[in-house]
Design a protein. Sequence first.
Length: 138
Amino acid sequence: MKSYRKELFFNLPARRGLVNITDEVRAALAESGIAEGLVLVNAMHITASVFINDDEGGLHSDFEVWLEKLAPEKPYGQYRHNGYEDNADAHLKRTIMGREVVVAVTAGQLDFGPWEQIFYYELDGKRKKRALIKIIGE
């Protein structure tokens, strides 16, 4: 069995934002030379998420509205975490959206269902962050 590791780097100019990283994951898979196995992609920060869904602008807006209702950014004082930071909402949003995804690799391709794409979701940006791609298989 072989393994391959690659990091993606992000520095979004806004507090929150979505980045479709499907092409970067496909490129990493091609670089790995692995034809059968698994790809793990995870956000390496506790205020960011990696998830799979549709690349559709209305849905992306719906995520923002829905998450803001569940864990509003302000007032910062509503959260106990915010003794030192103002990002408690980002931690909660990350828990909802998830830390990582695993995708099967079949015949050298991501084995996706219709419309599936991989996204990095920045929930407390304006600084350098990263995501890990780990591929194992043969």
